[in-house]
Design a protein around this ligand. Structure first.
Ligand code: PLP
Length: 433
């Protein structure tokens, strides 16, 4: 007979039977509800990370669970591309309605990485060009194509060569960028893209790929002017703008999609994470003329657009539109003000920044100058210690990440209340003290 499950028995099984993965949050989860996680030893935690922006309408959301369960009882079949079915059709139509601009046709897959892979293929097919540019420090996934776009070299060690014809350009990381001016991104960062096109490509450009707000880089928010200029440069070179909204999409930044907030209409929009509130689903959407560059069979996925996941996504979108996005916007503004206070109260808080409920503070060693000599050195040891203190002493699960691993990340379920956010901020203060 199997022994009773405890935190340590789950951890031991992970060590013995799973290939090494990232388990830095270290909270095995038996059940979850709203913004609360419960581990196998009966401890409860306030979750302000939501599995990296996945459970946007709250863990175990009743409407989502009901929709998925109903669909499961109705029928399950693995492949939406063999037998057309209602949830896939309804979700595709809904996505056409809720995404910005002329984005109309969707391809469904199972994850963010796959959405990015498919988007690159579509851009290449449509433009007939090969080269792709993405941002240094950006993150787009870990399969070989998406890893090639991922600008963080730490993820690529020993993996080269990935795919050819990918170059990187400067991210709009104003706090640590010698070319940026104060807290806005200067024109020179966009000029850098022109220079990269001139020096690192043959001009045969298929796409420029950006995260409208960079998540894994450490919540890097660009200026609207930078993003619009990047779009214009891409178009001037006959390339598509791909907005990777895997992390920002589905209400995270206070609108359904961050592209809307910056006033851009991407040519291809990738989605995953929050789309089905935890069920595996990814998607990329494009205007009909671009989408139709794919001929029948050019791109397929056996499990892509699973009807149960699509039913969950339909319920998720409805929930988001019933006040949850407004909550993200309003509580995001409140949190932003609280984190700005931390920045003035603590020398070790280098910068507080974010949009909606995608916020972070950068922990620094204020005595030492960091990379590029423009801001204090990142302090990843402090961030790791703060994350542990939050978890062990206050039962708060907060993300620790960013390019330099020194950013405390608030990306809670968007249903979180101001009182719960206040609890997390107080716990953060206690950890910093
Ligand atoms: N793109 C972005 C912007 C991401 O943040 C991530 C994951 O963190 C991915 C793509 C990859 O998504 P997945 O882990 O679902 O493959």
């Amino acid at each position: 007979m199997r022994e009773q499950t405890t935190n340590s028995s789950v951890e031991a099984a992970y060590d013995d039977y799973l290939m090494p993965i990232w388990k830095s949050l270290n909270v095995p989860v038996e059940r979850a509800s709203g913004c609360t996680l419960e581990d196998f030893d009966g401890n409860e935690y306030l979750d302000v990370f939501s599995g990296i922006s996945v459970t946007n309408v709250g863990h175990n959301n009743e409407a989502v669970v009901e929709a998925a369960t109903e669909q499961l009882e109705e029928f399950v079949h693995g492949c939406s591309y063999v037998h057309p079915n209602r949830p896939v059709a309804d979700l595709a139509e809904t996505i056409a309605e809720v995404t910005p601009g002329d984005l109309q046709k969707t391809f469904f897959c199972n994850s963010g990485t796959e959405a990015v892979e498919g988007a690159i293929k579509l851009a290449r097919k449509y433009t007939g060009s090969k080269e792709v540019i993405s941002l240094e420090m950006g993150f787009h996934g870990r399969t070989l194509g998406s890893l090639a776009l991922t600008g963080n070299r730490a993820y690529k060690q020993d993996m080269a060569p990935t795919i050819n014809d990918v170059a990187h350009t400067a991210p709009p990381y104003a706090y640590r960028c010698p070319r940026c001016d104060g807290d806005t991104c200067g024109a020179d960062c966009a000029d850098a893209l022109e220079r990269v096109i001139g020096s690192h490509t043959s001009g045969d450009l298929a796409a420029v790929v950006v995260e409208p707000v960079m998540g894994e880089a450490g919540i890097v928010v660009p200026s609207e002017a930078w993003l619009k200029r990047v779009r214009d440069i891409a178009h001037d070179h006959g390339a598509l703008l791909i907005a990777d909204e895997v992390q920002t999409g589905y209400g995270r930044t206070g609108e359904l999609f961050a592209s809307e907030q910056f006033g851009i209409e991407p040519d291809i929009l990738t989605q995953a994470k929050g789309i089905a509130n935890g069920l595996p689903l990814g998607a990329f959407t494009a205007p009909a003329d671009i989408a139709d560059a794919f001929g029948s069979g050019d791109h397929l996925s056996t499990f892509g657009g699973n009807p149960v996941a699509c039913a969950a996504a339909l319920a998720t979108i409805e929930e988001l539109q019933n006040g949850i996005i407004d909550n993200a916007r309003e509580n995001g503004e409140w949190l932003s003000a609280e984190l700005a206070t931390l920045e003035s109260d603590y020398d070790v808080v280098g910068e507080a920044r974010g949009l909606g409920l995608m916020q972070g503070i950068e922990l620094v060693d204020s005595e030492t100058t960091g990379p590029q000599h423009v801001a204090p050195a990142p302090d990843k040891e402090l961030a790791a210690a703060v994350g542990e203190h939050l978890r062990e002493e206050s039962n708060v699960v907060m993300g620790v990440g960013g390019y330099y691993k020194n950013v405390m990340r608030f990306q809670p379920p968007l249903t979180i209340s101001q009182a719960q956010l206040g609890e997390a901020v107080e716990a953060l203060r206690a950890a910093l003290d």
